[in-house]
Design a protein. Structure first.
Length: 342
Protein backbone atom coordinates (compact mmCIF):
# COMPACT_ATOMS: atom_id res chain seq x y z
CA UNK A 1 0.00 0.00 0.00
CA UNK A 2 1.33 3.44 -0.92
CA UNK A 3 1.56 6.23 1.64
CA UNK A 4 -1.14 8.24 -0.16
CA UNK A 5 -3.49 5.23 -0.31
CA UNK A 6 -2.91 4.62 3.40
CA UNK A 7 -3.81 8.23 4.24
CA UNK A 8 -7.01 7.91 2.17
CA UNK A 9 -7.94 4.68 3.92
CA UNK A 10 -7.29 6.14 7.38
CA UNK A 11 -9.40 9.19 6.46
CA UNK A 12 -12.29 6.87 5.56
CA UNK A 13 -11.90 5.08 8.91
CA UNK A 14 -11.93 8.40 10.77
CA UNK A 15 -15.17 9.38 9.03
CA UNK A 16 -16.73 6.02 9.92
CA UNK A 17 -15.72 6.51 13.57
CA UNK A 18 -17.30 9.96 13.81
CA UNK A 19 -14.30 12.24 13.12
CA UNK A 20 -14.96 14.14 9.87
CA UNK A 21 -12.48 16.92 10.66
CA UNK A 22 -9.60 14.50 11.26
CA UNK A 23 -10.62 12.73 8.04
CA UNK A 24 -10.46 16.05 6.15
CA UNK A 25 -6.98 16.75 7.56
CA UNK A 26 -5.71 13.40 6.34
CA UNK A 27 -7.29 13.81 2.89
CA UNK A 28 -5.60 17.20 2.51
CA UNK A 29 -2.31 15.71 3.70
CA UNK A 30 -2.67 12.92 1.10
CA UNK A 31 -3.16 15.57 -1.61
CA UNK A 32 0.01 17.38 -0.49
CA UNK A 33 2.07 14.20 -0.27
CA UNK A 34 1.02 13.28 -3.80
CA UNK A 35 1.75 16.81 -5.05
CA UNK A 36 5.30 16.77 -3.68
CA UNK A 37 5.00 19.16 -0.73
CA UNK A 38 8.35 19.93 0.92
CA UNK A 39 7.21 18.86 4.39
CA UNK A 40 6.20 15.43 3.04
CA UNK A 41 9.68 14.20 2.04
CA UNK A 42 10.04 11.89 5.11
CA UNK A 43 6.66 10.33 4.33
CA UNK A 44 7.30 9.81 0.64
CA UNK A 45 10.61 8.14 1.55
CA UNK A 46 9.00 5.89 4.19
CA UNK A 47 10.61 2.43 4.08
CA UNK A 48 8.16 0.53 6.25
CA UNK A 49 4.53 -0.46 5.76
CA UNK A 50 2.64 2.84 6.21
CA UNK A 51 -0.53 1.08 7.36
CA UNK A 52 1.19 -1.21 9.89
CA UNK A 53 3.18 1.80 11.13
CA UNK A 54 -0.01 3.92 11.47
CA UNK A 55 1.77 6.68 9.58
CA UNK A 56 -1.32 8.86 9.12
CA UNK A 57 -2.06 8.77 12.85
CA UNK A 58 1.52 9.86 13.59
CA UNK A 59 0.96 12.94 11.44
CA UNK A 60 -2.48 13.63 12.95
CA UNK A 61 -0.93 13.37 16.41
CA UNK A 62 1.80 15.85 15.54
CA UNK A 63 -0.71 18.40 14.23
CA UNK A 64 -2.95 18.02 17.27
CA UNK A 65 0.08 18.34 19.55
CA UNK A 66 1.06 21.62 17.85
CA UNK A 67 -2.45 22.91 18.50
CA UNK A 68 -2.44 21.74 22.13
CA UNK A 69 0.92 23.49 22.60
CA UNK A 70 -0.60 26.81 21.52
CA UNK A 71 -0.25 27.29 17.75
CA UNK A 72 -2.76 30.12 17.24
CA UNK A 73 -3.45 29.44 13.56
CA UNK A 74 -4.14 25.75 14.18
CA UNK A 75 -6.21 26.56 17.27
CA UNK A 76 -8.48 28.73 15.12
CA UNK A 77 -8.81 26.05 12.44
CA UNK A 78 -9.48 23.27 14.96
CA UNK A 79 -12.09 25.35 16.79
CA UNK A 80 -13.92 26.01 13.50
CA UNK A 81 -13.37 22.40 12.33
CA UNK A 82 -12.19 23.83 9.02
CA UNK A 83 -8.78 23.99 7.37
CA UNK A 84 -7.57 24.44 3.81
CA UNK A 85 -4.54 23.03 2.04
CA UNK A 86 -2.48 26.21 2.31
CA UNK A 87 -2.93 26.46 6.09
CA UNK A 88 -2.24 22.76 6.56
CA UNK A 89 0.96 22.90 4.49
CA UNK A 90 2.13 26.02 6.33
CA UNK A 91 1.49 24.40 9.72
CA UNK A 92 3.40 21.26 8.79
CA UNK A 93 6.33 23.36 7.59
CA UNK A 94 6.27 25.40 10.82
CA UNK A 95 6.31 22.23 12.87
CA UNK A 96 8.66 20.14 10.74
CA UNK A 97 10.78 19.18 13.77
CA UNK A 98 7.73 18.14 15.79
CA UNK A 99 6.50 16.07 12.84
CA UNK A 100 9.93 14.43 12.56
CA UNK A 101 9.79 13.42 16.24
CA UNK A 102 6.26 12.05 15.95
CA UNK A 103 7.19 10.02 12.87
CA UNK A 104 9.88 8.25 14.88
CA UNK A 105 7.51 6.31 17.14
CA UNK A 106 4.17 4.56 16.98
CA UNK A 107 1.04 6.33 18.26
CA UNK A 108 -0.01 5.67 21.83
CA UNK A 109 -3.63 5.60 22.83
CA UNK A 110 -5.02 4.70 26.22
CA UNK A 111 -8.72 5.43 26.29
CA UNK A 112 -10.33 4.21 29.55
CA UNK A 113 -13.47 3.60 27.49
CA UNK A 114 -11.95 0.25 26.57
CA UNK A 115 -12.72 -0.76 30.16
CA UNK A 116 -16.39 -0.77 29.16
CA UNK A 117 -15.52 -3.56 26.72
CA UNK A 118 -13.17 -5.46 29.04
CA UNK A 119 -15.67 -5.35 31.93
CA UNK A 120 -17.83 -8.08 30.40
CA UNK A 121 -14.77 -10.31 30.09
CA UNK A 122 -13.73 -9.79 33.70
CA UNK A 123 -17.28 -10.54 34.84
CA UNK A 124 -17.24 -13.71 32.73
CA UNK A 125 -13.96 -14.81 34.31
CA UNK A 126 -15.30 -14.15 37.82
CA UNK A 127 -18.39 -16.21 37.08
CA UNK A 128 -16.32 -19.14 35.80
CA UNK A 129 -13.65 -19.20 38.54
CA UNK A 130 -16.11 -18.83 41.40
CA UNK A 131 -15.03 -16.97 44.54
CA UNK A 132 -11.36 -16.69 43.59
CA UNK A 133 -9.91 -13.17 43.33
CA UNK A 134 -8.10 -11.97 40.20
CA UNK A 135 -4.38 -11.29 39.72
CA UNK A 136 -4.22 -9.11 36.59
CA UNK A 137 -1.27 -8.63 34.25
CA UNK A 138 -1.79 -6.05 31.49
CA UNK A 139 0.61 -5.59 28.58
CA UNK A 140 0.77 -2.51 26.35
CA UNK A 141 -0.84 -0.53 29.15
CA UNK A 142 0.49 2.93 28.15
CA UNK A 143 -0.57 5.16 31.09
CA UNK A 144 -2.40 2.36 32.88
CA UNK A 145 -5.82 3.99 32.58
CA UNK A 146 -7.55 0.63 32.18
CA UNK A 147 -5.87 -0.65 35.34
CA UNK A 148 -8.71 1.09 37.20
CA UNK A 149 -11.54 -0.70 35.40
CA UNK A 150 -12.92 -2.09 38.68
CA UNK A 151 -13.01 1.40 40.22
CA UNK A 152 -15.02 2.97 37.39
CA UNK A 153 -18.82 3.00 37.10
CA UNK A 154 -20.65 1.96 33.92
CA UNK A 155 -23.94 2.96 32.34
CA UNK A 156 -25.00 0.74 29.44
CA UNK A 157 -28.55 2.04 29.19
CA UNK A 158 -30.52 -1.01 30.28
CA UNK A 159 -28.01 -2.12 32.92
CA UNK A 160 -25.37 -0.53 35.12
CA UNK A 161 -22.35 -1.61 37.12
CA UNK A 162 -20.51 0.18 39.92
CA UNK A 163 -21.31 3.12 42.18
CA UNK A 164 -21.41 6.38 40.22
CA UNK A 165 -21.33 8.41 43.42
CA UNK A 166 -18.00 6.87 44.46
CA UNK A 167 -16.38 6.22 41.08
CA UNK A 168 -13.76 8.61 39.65
CA UNK A 169 -15.27 8.15 36.20
CA UNK A 170 -18.53 6.87 34.71
CA UNK A 171 -18.24 5.22 31.32
CA UNK A 172 -21.28 5.12 29.03
CA UNK A 173 -21.81 2.84 26.04
CA UNK A 174 -24.61 1.14 24.15
CA UNK A 175 -24.86 -2.53 25.12
CA UNK A 176 -26.50 -4.91 22.68
CA UNK A 177 -27.41 -8.43 23.77
CA UNK A 178 -27.91 -10.17 27.09
CA UNK A 179 -26.28 -8.97 30.30
CA UNK A 180 -22.94 -10.59 31.16
CA UNK A 181 -22.76 -12.54 34.43
CA UNK A 182 -23.22 -10.31 37.45
CA UNK A 183 -20.49 -11.71 39.70
CA UNK A 184 -18.49 -9.03 41.51
CA UNK A 185 -14.78 -9.84 41.03
CA UNK A 186 -12.20 -9.03 43.67
CA UNK A 187 -8.89 -7.78 42.29
CA UNK A 188 -6.11 -9.09 44.51
CA UNK A 189 -3.24 -7.64 42.49
CA UNK A 190 -2.81 -5.72 39.23
CA UNK A 191 0.42 -4.98 37.35
CA UNK A 192 1.08 -3.49 33.93
CA UNK A 193 3.88 -2.89 31.44
CA UNK A 194 4.60 -0.91 28.29
CA UNK A 195 7.65 -0.38 26.10
CA UNK A 196 7.22 3.38 26.51
CA UNK A 197 4.99 3.96 29.54
CA UNK A 198 3.17 7.25 29.97
CA UNK A 199 3.48 8.92 33.38
CA UNK A 200 0.14 10.55 34.21
CA UNK A 201 1.99 13.01 36.50
CA UNK A 202 4.32 14.22 33.73
CA UNK A 203 2.94 17.18 31.69
CA UNK A 204 4.94 16.22 28.59
CA UNK A 205 3.65 12.64 28.72
CA UNK A 206 0.07 13.84 29.21
CA UNK A 207 0.27 16.13 26.16
CA UNK A 208 1.65 13.30 24.06
CA UNK A 209 -1.15 10.94 25.05
CA UNK A 210 -3.85 13.56 24.48
CA UNK A 211 -2.41 14.47 21.08
CA UNK A 212 -3.25 11.06 19.67
CA UNK A 213 -6.95 11.48 20.44
CA UNK A 214 -8.72 12.83 17.40
CA UNK A 215 -9.38 16.50 18.02
CA UNK A 216 -13.03 16.39 16.94
CA UNK A 217 -13.87 13.90 19.70
CA UNK A 218 -14.08 16.25 22.72
CA UNK A 219 -15.83 13.68 24.94
CA UNK A 220 -12.88 11.31 24.54
CA UNK A 221 -10.45 14.10 25.37
CA UNK A 222 -12.35 15.01 28.54
CA UNK A 223 -12.65 11.36 29.58
CA UNK A 224 -8.93 10.74 29.19
CA UNK A 225 -8.08 13.91 31.12
CA UNK A 226 -10.26 12.74 34.03
CA UNK A 227 -8.69 9.28 33.95
CA UNK A 228 -5.18 10.76 33.85
CA UNK A 229 -6.00 12.94 36.86
CA UNK A 230 -7.15 9.85 38.79
CA UNK A 231 -4.11 7.81 37.73
CA UNK A 232 -1.85 10.66 38.89
CA UNK A 233 -3.60 10.93 42.28
CA UNK A 234 -3.41 7.17 42.81
CA UNK A 235 0.19 6.96 41.52
CA UNK A 236 -0.76 4.12 39.19
CA UNK A 237 2.48 2.88 37.73
CA UNK A 238 3.35 1.07 34.51
CA UNK A 239 6.64 -0.83 34.27
CA UNK A 240 8.89 -0.20 31.28
CA UNK A 241 9.37 -3.68 29.82
CA UNK A 242 8.91 -5.84 26.76
CA UNK A 243 5.60 -7.68 26.88
CA UNK A 244 6.94 -11.25 26.75
CA UNK A 245 9.57 -10.63 29.44
CA UNK A 246 6.96 -9.05 31.69
CA UNK A 247 4.51 -11.94 31.19
CA UNK A 248 7.26 -14.46 31.93
CA UNK A 249 8.15 -12.75 35.23
CA UNK A 250 4.50 -12.37 36.23
CA UNK A 251 3.83 -16.06 35.57
CA UNK A 252 6.85 -17.04 37.66
CA UNK A 253 5.36 -15.10 40.61
CA UNK A 254 1.94 -16.69 40.18
CA UNK A 255 0.47 -18.06 43.40
CA UNK A 256 -2.51 -20.34 44.04
CA UNK A 257 -5.70 -18.94 45.46
CA UNK A 258 -6.36 -16.52 42.59
CA UNK A 259 -7.03 -16.52 38.87
CA UNK A 260 -4.11 -15.13 36.88
CA UNK A 261 -5.44 -12.92 34.06
CA UNK A 262 -3.34 -11.69 31.14
CA UNK A 263 -5.21 -8.86 29.42
CA UNK A 264 -4.57 -6.38 26.62
CA UNK A 265 -6.47 -4.18 24.19
CA UNK A 266 -5.44 -3.00 20.71
CA UNK A 267 -1.77 -3.77 21.27
CA UNK A 268 -1.20 -7.17 19.65
CA UNK A 269 -0.63 -5.66 16.18
CA UNK A 270 2.33 -3.68 17.56
CA UNK A 271 4.08 -6.77 18.98
CA UNK A 272 6.54 -8.55 16.70
CA UNK A 273 5.41 -12.05 15.56
CA UNK A 274 8.26 -13.79 17.39
CA UNK A 275 7.26 -12.10 20.65
CA UNK A 276 3.61 -12.93 20.03
CA UNK A 277 4.57 -16.59 19.69
CA UNK A 278 6.62 -16.43 22.88
CA UNK A 279 3.70 -14.96 24.85
CA UNK A 280 1.32 -17.59 23.47
CA UNK A 281 3.80 -20.32 24.38
CA UNK A 282 4.21 -18.98 27.91
CA UNK A 283 0.46 -18.91 28.42
CA UNK A 284 -0.03 -22.40 26.98
CA UNK A 285 2.73 -23.83 29.18
CA UNK A 286 1.26 -22.15 32.27
CA UNK A 287 -2.22 -23.26 31.22
CA UNK A 288 -1.07 -26.87 31.11
CA UNK A 289 -0.39 -26.65 34.85
CA UNK A 290 -3.53 -24.68 35.76
CA UNK A 291 -5.97 -26.10 38.29
CA UNK A 292 -9.38 -25.02 39.56
CA UNK A 293 -7.55 -23.55 42.58
CA UNK A 294 -5.06 -21.69 40.34
CA UNK A 295 -6.79 -21.03 36.99
CA UNK A 296 -5.32 -18.99 34.17
CA UNK A 297 -7.16 -16.59 31.83
CA UNK A 298 -6.21 -14.66 28.70
CA UNK A 299 -8.57 -11.78 27.95
CA UNK A 300 -7.95 -9.68 24.84
CA UNK A 301 -9.73 -7.06 22.78
CA UNK A 302 -8.05 -6.98 19.39
CA UNK A 303 -8.71 -6.84 15.66
CA UNK A 304 -10.13 -10.03 14.20
CA UNK A 305 -12.52 -11.19 11.53
CA UNK A 306 -15.31 -8.78 12.50
CA UNK A 307 -15.83 -6.05 9.92
CA UNK A 308 -17.34 -3.42 12.22
CA UNK A 309 -15.15 -3.56 15.33
CA UNK A 310 -12.67 -5.46 17.46
CA UNK A 311 -13.23 -8.85 19.08
CA UNK A 312 -13.27 -9.61 22.81
CA UNK A 313 -12.02 -13.16 23.37
CA UNK A 314 -11.37 -15.18 26.53
CA UNK A 315 -9.29 -18.32 26.94
CA UNK A 316 -9.52 -19.98 30.34
CA UNK A 317 -7.47 -22.86 31.71
CA UNK A 318 -8.00 -25.64 32.71
CA UNK A 319 -9.50 -26.24 29.31
CA UNK A 320 -7.81 -23.67 27.11
CA UNK A 321 -10.63 -23.28 24.58
CA UNK A 322 -11.01 -19.72 23.22
CA UNK A 323 -14.42 -18.20 23.97
CA UNK A 324 -15.65 -15.37 21.71
CA UNK A 325 -17.47 -12.94 24.00
CA UNK A 326 -18.25 -9.76 22.09
CA UNK A 327 -17.64 -7.51 19.13
CA UNK A 328 -17.20 -3.85 20.03
CA UNK A 329 -16.53 -0.48 18.48
CA UNK A 330 -12.81 0.31 18.66
CA UNK A 331 -13.60 3.47 20.63
CA UNK A 332 -15.97 1.63 22.97
CA UNK A 333 -19.16 3.42 21.90
CA UNK A 334 -21.06 0.13 21.60
CA UNK A 335 -20.64 -3.50 22.62
CA UNK A 336 -22.39 -6.46 21.02
CA UNK A 337 -22.33 -9.21 23.65
CA UNK A 338 -22.52 -12.64 22.03
CA UNK A 339 -20.82 -15.33 24.10
CA UNK A 340 -21.00 -18.88 22.78
CA UNK A 341 -23.70 -20.92 24.57
CA UNK A 342 -22.33 -23.50 27.02
Amino acid sequence: MTVVAHFRQQADQCRALGSPFTAALLDLAADSIGAGADWAVPLRDWRGDPRADALALRLAGALHRAMLDGDAELTSCYAARQIDAARLDAALLRHAELLRRYLQSAPQTNDPQRSAILLGGFLQIAQQVGPLPLDICEIGASAGLNQSWFRYAYDFGHWRWGDEAQAPLTLRATWNGAHPPGSLPEVRNSVACDLAPIDARNPEDRQRLLSYIWADQPERLERVRHALDFAAREAIGVTRAAAADFVARALQRRKPGAAFVLCHSIVWQYIEPAEQRRIAGLMQAAGDTATPQAPLAWLRFESGAAQDGGELTLTLWPGGIPQPLAVADYHGRWIRWQPRPD
